[in-house]
Design a binder for this molecule. Structure first.
Ligand SMILES: [Zn+2]
Ligand SMILES: [Zn+2]
Length: 261
């Protein structure tokens, strides 16, 4: 979740957040399904042996609202739910995994999440998805609004760790980018020059900022994650709440990394 905006003192004074996420192809084989306040990403990879395309869905939008929009977008691209071979959570906020249980039921595809958050998604005893609001005074005020959107539990078939590689678009590397949440992940597609950061970085037009401190668990870890991401090679950054940044993305992330050092 990315509103209200982060503390402006961290990285100059931000202008207007955005531009907001839309629906469409980022590069061949990678689509962003922008939805109200959030996004899902669809990765379409031909099977190594059969050449049959298989779809991986990254994030699922809010509970009740968004899993069907992901599926209808898939249909627009010519794929049914049976084409989905994997579901990935970037982090356990309700605008990202709210629709995961329904998407899992519709596709029967296995769910993958970072090791730290997998027990929360699965609803293991003593675990669960927390109130994502950080300020103590705001937590009880926001909870009546957020509680109905709390994601349903979903079994996690694959736990992800930093450095894992996934067979998506010629190989994707899992980058553990804690700070926004403890188990936030980014995905690096080195062959395509794409870095998908989900909520680990926010876009303010042509500038980048840290994730919102109102909805992030550890801002020092978030800064460290930005420094880690800035070491990677890429040309395009994809965000969950904004349009991809295609021009000067690497320089913009390095500027932010230097600023928060
Ligand atoms: Zn979010
Ligand atoms: Zn988030």
């Amino acid at each position: 979740m990315d509103w209200p905006p982060p503390d402006a003192s961290i990285y100059r004074r931000p202008s207007i957040p955005g531009p907001r996420a839309r629906v469409g192809e980022v590069i061949p084989g990678l689509h962003q399904r922008g939805m109200l306040t959030t996004s899902a990403f669809l990765v379409i990879t031909p099977h190594a042996e059969t050449g049959e395309p298989s779809v991986t869905v990254i994030d699922s939008g809010w509970r009740y609202f968004h899993h069907d929009r992901v599926l209808s977008y898939l249909r627009r691209l010519g794929y049914g739910p049976e084409s989905v071979s994997g579901l990935i959570s970037t982090h356990f906020h309700p605008d990202h995994v709210g629709g995961m249980a329904r998407l899992h039921r519709a596709t029967r595809a296995p769910v993958a999440a970072h090791r730290v958050e997998a027990p929360d998604l699965a609803g293991e005893p003593g675990r669960g998805m927390p109130n994502p609001v950080k300020p103590k005074w705001l937590r009880p005020l926001m909870w009546p609004l957020l509680a109905p959107t709390k994601p349903a539990h979903v079994p996690v078939a694959q736990t992800l760790d930093d450095g894992d590689t996934l067979p998506l678009l010629g190989g994707a590397t899992v980058i553990h980018t804690p700070g926004h949440t403890p188990g936030s992940i980014s995905l690096h597609f080195p062959n395509e020059g794409v870095l998908l950061v989900a909520d680990a970085v926010q876009r303010y037009q042509e500038r980048l900022t840290l994730p919102s401190r109102w909805f992030s668990s550890d801002m020092e870890a978030a800064k460290e994650s930005v420094r880690k991401l800035a070491l990677l090679d890429f040309e395009i950054i994809c965000f969950s709440h904004f349009e991809p940044m295609r021009n000067g993305a690497r320089a913009a992330l390095r500027t932010l990394a230097e600023y928060v050092s």
